[in-house]
Structures are given as C-alpha cells and as structure tokens.
Design a binder for this molecule. Structure first.
Ligand SMILES: [Zn+2]
Ligand SMILES: [Zn+2]
Length: 347
C-alpha cells in the first residue's frame, strides 16, 4: 500500500510503498476512503507525543470500507462502511465496563500508538467495540471527521459541557474542532461567541451560527471581549486550540459558576500548563476535559446529522491527494488555513 511515512520528527514526510497490513484477531483492516488532517497529527509529527515510535504513519480521523476482518470479530463484514473514535477502546477494562471507552485504560489510537490512516489501508483494534456504521448517503469526506473533531466537539458541548439552549457559549480557536463546536452549540440553541486570530476562520464560524466573533489578532484581551459581549461572561467556554493563552482566556471569559472544557491538547516540556485557578475558586467555575467520544454514544449525534441539523460536510473546505499530505501536515503548525482539509488516499 501507499502511505505517508516520517522517519524523524519535524522532517518532511514521504509517500512510500509499505506492506499491506493484516487484521489482529479482534481487529479489521479498513480501506481508507478519506482521512482528516488534524492539529494532533502535527503535534505527533513534531515529536510532542510520547506514544509514537519511528518510522511512523499518521492519521486518526478516518472513514472507509472494511476490507478484512479478524477471526474473532462478530459484528462486521468486508464491505461495511465505517468510522471509529480516535480512541479505540479495549472493551474490557474498568473504564470500558463503566461505559467510558473514550478514556479506556488500554486504548490504542491509530496514527499514534500504531500506524494510522494517511495510507490506503489502516488496521483497527477491537472492531466490535469501536466501529461505527456510516449512513449510506454520507460522503466519506464528511464522515472522516466524526471520530475526532466532530465527536470531540459534540461530547465537549453536549455531554461534558452540559449546554442548555439560550446559554452563551464561547469557543476559543476555530479550527476543525472549534468550528464543529460552534455548529453544534448554535444548532442546539446556544448564543455562540467565536474567537480566532484568522478572519477566514471567523467568517466560517459566522456561517455555522456564531452570533458574535472576536478577532484575537486585533483584540489584546479576548476574555474581556467575551465578558463584554455576553453581559458578564460565557456560561460554557471551550479552549478548542490548546495553548496556555487560549486556555487562560477561556477560563477568564466565564461568568460565575461557568464551565470551561479543555479540548485542545496542551503539550509542554514539563507536562503542566498555567491556569487561572484563583478565578475558579472565587466564581465556583468548573474545569473539565473532553477526550473524543465512545462509539456507543454516536447514534444521538448521527441522528442530528441525518436530520440535517448538524452538517459535518460543510466543515470540509479542501480535499487533497496522499502526495500533498506531507506538505499540508507541515503547514498545520504555522498556516493551517481556514476550515478542514481531508486526504483521499485513492484519489
Ligand atoms: Zn484529530
Ligand atoms: Zn478499556
């Protein structure tokens, strides 16, 4: 198969011929229709993720067709169109037994723990626990983001964030997951304030239902701007980028008893990030995390997609071939572009 491979962190990846993968007894091989390009892939390529071993094939937001199944897989057949959460769960640890597969103790993430979906084929573990059928009429390019940006945003807003219609929701960072959160919150009846440094990203946020936009490139104190626009602060606020500045702005933009959900990854040399915790005490804030979404929680989200209330297809602003993926991956750090890029390995 052809795949995007890198041998050294931060060095331009190459498209190469690699051996076709074989399924584990509990796993499947999926022929990749489409795979999203995500900031997490960039973190992995830069060497920020300790789970990665070189050489490595990135890619964790995918949709495709089951090509081969392992001997112990009960519920899936070759030809089934599927996606997976980026956290593939084991199905048997205490977290899985409690229904919290998104924080599985023995999780395997394609594109991090093993070779991912920037390839013609990808191997996925514990298929019966993790695969999700894609609706027939849903394009692969739209389905590719369900397992990462869209499901993560859905869980952050609806489940962890417990959003209620009429609330003010601030979204700091309007890349793939941030724009998904804007769309999900607005479609669920929130008044959304979108914050980003890119006018193009804010234009998309407005199109997906943001009531207010804050251009962070021209606003030194975005938290103050959010408090001003929302009459005292957001009820719910997401750091969808993952940086010390956006994390602090999200917490500082909350009203009393507000909820902050940390969605963007915050890698740092010493593993810690400063957070304005004094404000959490004084205003009784809740600080939460969100880490993907378990496969069993997908039906509620897919129902809203099927009804047309949520439109993950509109987030995809660019499709590229595998050959263009190495440069697009490298650009993710400095010039990601507005909207979502999806790779089609067979195009
Ligand atoms: Zn992702
Ligand atoms: Zn588990």
């Amino acid at each position: 198969m052809r795949a995007v491979v890198f041998e050294r962190y931060g060095e331009l990846a190459e498209v190469r011929e690699l051996p076709d993968p074989h399924p584990a007894p509990h796993g499947v091989i999926v022929r990749v229709e489409a795979t999203g390009l995500c900031r997490s892939d960039w973190h992995g390529w830069m060497g920020h993720d300790p789970d990665i071993e070189l050489p490595h094939v990135p890619g964790h937001e995918l949709a495709g067709v089951v090509e081969a199944v392992g001997s112990r897989v009960l519920h899936w057949r070759p030809g089934d169109r599927v996606t997976v959460p980026f956290v593939c769960a084991c199905g048997t640890c205490p977290a899985c037994a409690a229904g919290d597969q998104q924080v599985c103790e023995r999780q395997t993430q394609p594109g991090f723990h093993h070779w991912g979906s920037f390839a013609e084929y990808v191997s996925l573990d514990h298929a019966d626990v993790n695969l999700v059928a894609i609706p027939d009429d849903m394009a692969g390019t739209a389905a590719a983001g369900l397992g990462c940006r869209f499901a993560t945003a859905f869980r952050a807003v609806v489940q962890q964030g417990r959003m209620v219609a009429g609330e003010w929701v601030a979204v700091h960072g309007c890349g793939g997951v941030g724009l998904s959160a804007v769309m999900i919150a607005a479609a669920s009846g929130a008044r959304v304030v979108a914050v980003d440094v890119s006018p193009e990203a804010l234009e998309l946020a407005r199109r997906f239902g943001a009531a207010q936009c804050v251009d962070a490139s021209r606003t030194p104190d975005t938290a103050a701007a959010v408090r001003e626009l929302t009459g005292g602060g957001a009820h719910l606020s997401l750091d969808a980028l993952g940086s010390p500045a956006t994390c602090a702005a999200s917490v500082n933009g909350l009203r009393r008893r507000g909820r902050h959900v940390q969605v963007g990854l915050l890698p740092s040399a010493d593993g810690t990030t400063p957070v304005p915790l004094a404000r959490a005490t004084a205003l009784e804030l809740e600080l939460l995390g969100s880490h993907g979404m378990a496969a069993h929680a997908y039906p509620r989200m897919l129902e809203l997609v099927r009804a047309g209330t949520l439109r993950p297809d509109l987030l995809v602003t660019r499709t590229i071939a595998l050959e263009a993926a190495p440069r697009a991956l490298a650009a993710m750090g400095s010039a990601p572009g507005a909207g979502v890029t999806v790779i089609e390995p067979w195009s």
